[in-house]
Design a protein around this ligand. Structure first.
Ligand code: SF4
Ligand code: SF4
Length: 62
């Protein structure tokens, strides 16, 4: 299965902006690392709203 959502855990600040806006509800903040993670990338709409709200440009849709 293709992976559409790539998250840079080094630059992610865990701000949760992408989590709050994702219409598919597939993003979350990992409790331990405080970094963004994706549950099921196959459900991604690939419209890139998360990319636009991420100030540190840590999330990429491809
Ligand atoms: S592109 Fe859309 S559906 Fe996919 S992770 Fe980003 S906000 Fe969620
Ligand atoms: S918007 Fe960017 S920095 Fe904030 S939690 Fe999402 S990926 Fe991390």
């Amino acid at each position: 299965m293709a992976e559409y959502v790539t998250i840079n855990e080094v630059t992610c600040t865990g701000c949760k902006k992408c989590v709050d806006m994702c219409p598919q509800g597939i993003l979350y903040i990992d409790e331990k690392t405080k970094k963004c993670k994706v549950t099921d990338a196959s459900k991604c709409d690939r419209l890139g709203g998360c990319e636009r709200v991420c100030k540190s440009k840590s999330i990429k849709i491809s």
